[in-house]
Design a protein around this ligand. Structure first.
Ligand code: DQA
Length: 143
């Protein structure tokens, strides 16, 4: 069975409580349920991880991503500055879809720049949970 990894970065554990007018009222557990349901429908095995720590995310990716069909990642604020995460994604040389729940281009100026997006095949931003489902659909179609 094809396997994909899904990674949520810093503060995404607060989903549902954190700025609900921006990120919505559903929790990370709700999001992970959506991810698992979609993956199941697509015949994908999914390995989900959240951390508030850059190094833990990099350790997880180095360990779990090799041999997978690709990565769905919402790096949270790490998107805007983490060259270490960018290097990690580049080194893995797998299809990466970067997802943001909110539209990073419609918010503060600093959010519109993603350094990690350069390592991604594509970026889905502003579509909420649906962005993760679309990212999984894309990875399911990759060779
Ligand atoms: C986010 C957008 C980032 O700017 C922010 O730091 C987040 C969440 C999003 O999903 O919209 O933590 O990645």
């Amino acid at each position: 069975m094809k396997r994909v990894v899904v990674v949520h970065g810093p503060n995404l554990n607060l989903l549902g409580k954190r700025e609900p007018h921006i990120y919505g009222t559903r929790s990370l557990d709700d999001l992970n349920q959506t991810v698992r349901d979609k993956a199941g429908n697509l015949g994908l095995e999914v390995n989900v991880f959240q951390s508030n720590h850059e190094g833990e995310i990099i350790d997880f990716l180095q360990k779990e991503a090799p041999g997978s069909a690709g990565i769905v990642i919402n790096p949270g604020a790490l998107s805007h500055y983490s060259l270490a995460l960018y290097d990690c994604l580049q080194a893995l040389a797998l299809p990466v879809v970067e997802v943001h729940l909110s539209n990073i281009h419609a918010r503060e100026e600093f959010r519109s720049k993603s350094v990690t997006a350069r390592a991604a095949r594509g970026v889905i931003t502003g579509l909420g949970f649906a962005g993760y489902e679309l990212a999984l659909e894309f990875l399911a179609k990759q060779e």
